[in-house]
Design a protein around this ligand. Structure first.
Ligand code: ZN
Ligand code: ZN
Length: 221
């Protein structure tokens, strides 16, 4: 990572302290984990924060919330989803993020404990300005985001950070979103009788009376 990018990430991350205690650490980390400076990740981060605030909820430490992001893939601002993930704590690894292919900059955050949800979408004029920015123009020419000079990417982020939530997002009223009860998590593992790799017990298959992993079973997922 280039020094200028790192410095900008550290300085922009510090602005996260205005979101509340610890948020400068989360925000700065989000930049590093994402890998480059861009407008999409910070916008998703702010959208995730706005959703938490609207629900009166804290960043998810465990598995009690779920987020649906509508960004999809294959366009200029998929980075939004990384920001959502890192602000809400509803991560891919914890199985708390699902992505639809709508190609829209919106998320729905659901709290299992209360059965309540909120949808946050980016105002269309914000997306139009973002797509017209010099940053996206350079991306269109084929420049990798990390190769775009900080003088181009940083003002985009700073401009967004200076704007209040109302300018950036449409935030729905809180609505009911009951989720089906989750199946019990498995805390047991078995060894596949073919490849000997460890498999979560509830994902193993049985073939000829022996436990096997899905790839070795020949049965398909
Ligand atoms: Zn990005
Ligand atoms: Zn196997």
């Amino acid at each position: 990572m280039k020094t200028e990018q790192r410095t900008a990430m550290r300085e922009l991350g510090a602005i996260g302290s205005t979101f509340g205690p610890l948020w400068d650490t989360y925000f700065e980390s989000a930049f590093y984990i994402h890998g480059h400076l861009c407008g999409g990740m910070p916008l998703g981060f702010r959208a995730g924060l706005a959703a938490l605030k609207a629900l009166g909820a804290e960043r998810e430490l465990d598995m009690a919330k779920l987020v649906f992001v509508e960004t999809g893939t294959g366009h200029a601002a998929g980075c939004f989803a990384d920001g959502v993930q890192m602000a809400t704590g509803c991560t891919f690894g914890k199985g708390l993020m699902e992505r639809t292919q709508y190609g829209k900059w919106a998320l729905t955050l659901v709290d299992r404990a209360t059965g309540k949800a909120v949808r946050v979408s980016v105002r269309p004029e914000v997306m139009q300005a973002s797509f017209a920015s010099p940053f996206v123009q350079q991306r269109k020419q084929g420049t990798a985001p990390s190769a775009i000079p900080v003088e181009v990417s940083r003002p985009l982020v700073e401009k967004q950070l200076a704007r209040p939530n109302e300018d950036l997002f449409v935030i729905s009223p809180v609505f009911d979103y009951p989720l089906p009860a989750k199946g019990k998590a498995s805390f047991n593992l078995v060894l596949c009788s073919v490849c000997s790799e460890a498999v979560a017990e509830n994902k193993a298959r049985v073939r000829d009376g022996e436990a096997v992993c899905i790839p070795c079973s020949g049965y398909g997922g």
